[in-house]
Design a protein around this ligand. Structure first.
Ligand code: C2E
Ligand code: CA
Ligand code: CA
Length: 712
């Protein structure tokens, strides 16, 4: 960052702030650089609450400048708060590099002192820090502050001292503040003076004295302020690195020149620098490498071992969110640290590991022997040893590095594809990347490229899958399921495109189309005096987040003049899990407007049975495939769950529809446990609308032969 610019901005900031007390205008100052600021002495005097308030206001003011984080070290001292420094992080896109500026300002007997410490990457991408501004401003240059208060504040900066001395005479210092002797470990000012008679030169490290004096001369030759670093001897004989920032002031009357300077103890700052670096490279929670560091280390290791084949592994914890929800975030954090602890204990040459985010961990290790199996096995054992009354599983994804020219980020992406395969499948613990997956991604692109035009050209069709009452085996309604028949690409399964549309948001447009078609159909049935049965539509999680969603459904049934009870809404269980409160609110509202709420895929994720009582649910849909490990297996665990769910639902007075019913055995079993309705290939696959209408008509004729077929 341009040094003079920072100084100017800081000056202006202080002026604005002190003179007008206004921070809204800060936005102007945060255009493309980082500026630092300090807290008004009045607010720190008012206590931590006032400081907090100030910071919050400040934060709001800065949001517009995309400064995403700020913090302040505030420490209560007696009645007030000592504000040591304010730190602003900027992630301004134009700046690219993360920057941090730390500014301290204080009033000295001659004026204001502003020191800015600026962290920046150097050409080798290492972080360095540098002082960007150190200015002595004359009193008149900034607004008035109460001198006493400000002096209090100055003394609270234990690591900074104000000094005044003559440059060209071998005289003791004219003035030094108490912080100087405190900083150097003396018990009192008297003790300090006695030990070196007040000559600053006597305590500067002999190797630094000459060079620093030369440097001051050199700088003063060009301007009126200077900044040098040297070591000062402490009382115990050890040295600390200090920085002297000062100005040469000429007394017009006497003609004597004086150095007015602030001596700052740099060691805490150097520590800050070290911890800043550490935080930048590590993940706070687990102390593992973060993504950036992982990538850099991995790239280095791969380059250093050209003859070794490596693998990138990613893994995450299945249903981690559930663990957080059920047992609290503290437990979730504990589990993450537990995993991190294990990773740190791996004794493997050329192995790098880190945490990507949340429950996503990453590893790079040489492909040899049984390393992968061993890691997977160890982690599984680890999961079992974690004391939690809940089953912990991991999903793994692996990419064997065949192409070392790829960036590590791309390699991680590939491992992620493997992971997604495992997580999707459920039975495979570890998915490995192969080039087919890439093809998958390419296909995904084809889907995305075609979706909009297909919607315009009516290439999406609504199919209906009838639902049957088990007792009578009559059709009691249907579920609307979308089908995509592309003239060139052919039939594309919803299981393939729905997840993609959910990701890119297109699902809302498509769903509205399906809802519209469904309402048209219901309206048509009513108008033609055909038997009218309710149809359920799928409401994606994404749909629920769109504002006015309740209004959308309302206006839909208004427009088509159909009673809302005919339009049943299927909400998947996982939608509830993600954001229970919000979804429950929306579902309640919809229910109150008369739309029946179906909970789809109950049992697929988790929502404990007792959560059901808080959720607005009119009908529960249970998919048989989620209940047993093997499809079609009705007995054992799956059967038991089904039995108890149906029993529980009955107790709560919620009817159950069993989905995915494929065999007679399943039908028989469902009958014995008292399940009301079924939907599945055993009775009917999803069929085009005309076919469905025929089925309903026939069903109607069969049961009520005299009512006739009213179809036009
Ligand atoms: P879903 O809502 O759980 O829909 C039921 C799925 O199970 C349908 O798959 C249906 O064809 C299938 N199915 C029905 N009976 C059986 C059976 O006996 N055996 C087996 N193996 N499967 C059966 P489909 O049509 O492929 O849809 C898959 C998923 O895509 C749906 O799961 C739903 O989540 C989503 N989806 C489908 N249409 C829409 C839509 O219009 N909007 C939204 N948002 N999602 C949709
Ligand atoms: Ca459904
Ligand atoms: Ca379902």
């Amino acid at each position: 960052m341009d040094q003079s610019k920072t100084v100017a901005l800081t000056k202006q900031l202080l002026r604005d702030y002190y003179e007008f007390g206004n921070i809204v205008d800060l936005r102007r100052l945060f255009t493309d650089d980082v500026v630092a600021f300090g807290i008004k002495s009045e607010s720190y005097k008012k206590g931590p609450k006032a400081v907090e308030h100030f910071l919050r206001q400040m934060h709001r003011a800065m949001e517009a400048c995309r400064i995403n984080k700020m913090s302040c070290v505030a420490k209560v001292v007696d009645d007030g708060v000592t504000v040591r420094a304010n730190v602003v992080y900027s992630t301004n896109e134009r700046m690219r590099n993360m920057q941090q500026v730390l500014v301290m300002f204080r009033e000295t007997p001659v004026g204001w002192m502003i020191c800015g410490l600026h962290f920046q990457r150097d050409v080798r991408h290492e972080l360095t820090y540098q002082m960007v501004s150190s200015q002595m401003l004359n009193r008149g240059e900034v607004g008035d502050g109460s001198m006493d208060e400000v002096m209090d504040m100055v003394s609270s900066y234990v690591n900074c001292a104000y000094v005044q001395y003559r440059p060209d005479t071998q005289l003791p210092m004219d003035y030094f503040s108490d912080e100087l002797w405190r900083m150097l470990g003396y018990g009192s000012g008297g003790e300090f003076s006695a030990s070196f008679q007040g000559y600053l030169e006597h305590i500067v490290h002999e190797q630094d004295l000459g060079p620093s004096r030369d440097e001051i001369r050199r700088q003063l030759f060009k301007g009126d302020s200077y900044q040098v670093e040297y070591r000062l001897r402490r009382h115990d004989g050890t040295y600390i690195w200090c920085m002297e920032c000062g100005r040469y002031v000429l007394d017009k009357e006497t003609g004597a020149g004086t150095f007015n300077a602030v001596v700052t103890n740099l060691s805490p700052l150097k520590q800050t620098h070290a911890s800043f670096l550490y935080n930048l490279r590590h993940d706070r929670l687990t102390n593992l490498f973060n993504k950036k560091t992982f990538c850099r280390q991995t790239a280095e290791i791969i380059a250093d071992h050209p003859d070794t084949e490596f693998e990138i592994m990613r893994f995450n914890i299945a249903r981690f969110k559930v663990i957080n929800d059920l047992f609290g975030e503290e437990t979730g954090d504990k589990l993450l640290k537990y995993v991190a602890h294990f990773l740190k204990s791996i004794r493997l040459d050329a192995c790098v590991y880190g945490r990507l985010y949340a429950d996503n961990f990453i590893l790079c290790y040489p492909t040899k022997g049984e390393v992968r199996q061993h890691l997977i096995h160890s982690l599984q054992m680890l999961a079992e040893s974690f004391a939690l009354d809940y089953r912990i599983d991991f999903y793994f994804g692996v990419y064997t590095i065949k192409d070392t020219t790829l960036s590590v980020t791309t390699m991680l992406d590939r491992a992620a594809m493997g992971l997604a395969r495992a997580a999707h499948n459920g039975l495979v613990v570890c998915g490995e990347y192969d080039d087919d997956m890439r093809e998958c991604i390419v296909n995904e692109q084809v889907i995305v490229n075609n979706m909009k035009s297909s919607l315009r050209r009516d290439e999406f069709l609504v199919y209906l899958q009838p639902k049957y009452e088990l007792k009578t085996e009559r059709i009691v309604g249907a579920e609307a399921l979308v089908r995509w028949l592309h003239p060139q690409l052919g039939f594309i399964s919803p299981a393939r495109f729905i997840p993609i549309f959910e990701q890119n948001g297109f699902i809302y447009q498509l769903d509205k189309y399906v809802w519209e078609k469904t309402c048209q159909l219901l309206k048509d049935d009513i108008d033609h005096g055909r038997p009218v049965l309710p149809i359920s539509i799928n409401v994606s999680r994404i749909d629920l987040y769109s504002p006015n969603i309740v209004r959308v459904f309302e206006s839909l049934v208004d427009r088509y003049e159909i009673p809302p009870k005919l339009l049943e809404l299927e909400l998947t269980e996982s939608a509830y899990v993600e954001n229970p409160q919000q979804i429950i609110e929306i579902a309640k509202e919809l229910q109150a407007k008369g739309f029946p709420i179906l909970m789809d895929d109950f049992g697929s994720g988790y929502s404990s049975l007792n959560m059901l009582k808080d959720m607005p649910v009119d009908i529960l849909k249970i998919d048989l495939k989620f209940l047993s490990d093997k499809q079609g297996e009705d007995h054992g665990r799956g059967g038991n769950i089904m039995t108890s769910v149906v029993r529980m639902a009955k107790w709560l007075d919620v009817p159950v529809i069993a989905e995915g019913v494929e065999t007679q055995a399943q039908v028989d079993f469902l009958r014995t446990i008292g399940c009301e309705c079924v939907q599945g290939f055993f009775y009917s696959k999803p069929v085009p609308i005309e076919v469905y209408e025929d089925l309903v008509a026939k069903d109607h004729q069969l049961m009520e032969p005299r009512s006739g077929n009213n179809r036009a």
